[in-house]
Design a protein around this ligand. Structure first.
Ligand code: ATP
Ligand code: MG
Length: 223
């Protein structure tokens, strides 16, 4: 297997604003994501960063272009196969943790595993211990700090051993101390599991630490 895990070719995406007016948000993106790399996507608000991340995660489909994962043409697959790729091979981390409020930290991580068909109950515990929350597993989201809740969300993103974790401003809602803890954790998880991450961030210090900075301007990659 080669080094490249995901390859995007000529991806474009427009949104229909009115009947006669559409907004071109991605304008022919070519991008390779390598196995075990931590790549940062940076750029101004409205540049198309989240849209690109959603397409890589198949939360959205491009208008043109293709994406291959381990040499499979993802958008040529049927919806069921695409959903299976999303559930098994992609983990998501967002700015807000989006944990289910009625469930404990452990249950939140286990639910994600069960949805993907896993019966391994211990994996969730191991990951919560790994993110430093071994003694907070039975707390509900309202009983966790913001940084702790985000670390639960990271454990949830990793529970199905996804090929790639996509993070959209994962430190955007955290103070600098908690942001630093999340950043350190991401690097630890890469070291330990060889985990691949693509991370949209406005945090310049974080971006500078990543293996590669992908700069987006007005729907294009410009650096
Ligand atoms: N569903 C939609 N319908 C119409 N326009 C959209 C839609 N989603 C995004 N856009 C527009 O597409 C452009 C790119 O949005 P996107 O969310 O990808 O930007 P971003 O780079 O992530 O910005 P930010 O840093 O503010 O999160 C923006 O101008 C936005 O208004
Ligand atoms: Mg965004």
């Amino acid at each position: 297997m080669g080094k490249t895990m995901i390859e995007l070719n000529n991806i474009s995406k427009s949104y229909q604003i009115t009947k006669n007016n559409s907004l071109k948000v991605l304008k022919g993106i070519d991008l390779n994501i390598n196995r075990s790399e931590i790549a940062a996507i940076v750029g101004k608000s409205g540049a198309g960063k989240s849209t690109l991340l959603h397409i890589i995660g198949t939360l959205d489909k491009p208008d043109t272009g293709s994406m291959t994962f381990e040499e499979s043409d993802i958008f040529a697959m049927n919806d069921k196969q695409i959903a299976s790729f999303r559930a098994k091979d992609v983990g998501f981390i967002f700015q807000f943790h989006h944990l289910l409020p009625e469930f404990t930290a452990l249950e939140n991580v286990q639910i994600a595993a069960r949805i993907a068909g896993s019966t391994d109950e211990d994996k969730a515990k191991e990951l919560l211990a790994e993110v430093g929350l071994g003694d907070r597993m039975h707390h509900k989201p309202s009983e966790l700090s913001g940084g702790e809740a985000q670390r639960v969300a990271i454990a949830r993103a990793l529970v199905n051993s996804p090929a790639i974790v996509l993070a959209d401003e994962p430190t955007g809602n955290l103070d600098s101390e908690n942001a630093d803890a999340v950043i350190d954790l991401i690097f630890t998880l890469r070291k330990k599991f060889g985990q691949t991450f693509v991370i949209v961030t406005h945090n310049e210090e974080f971006a500078a630490k990543c293996d590669r900075i992908i700069k987006m301007t007005d729907g294009m990659i410009t650096g």
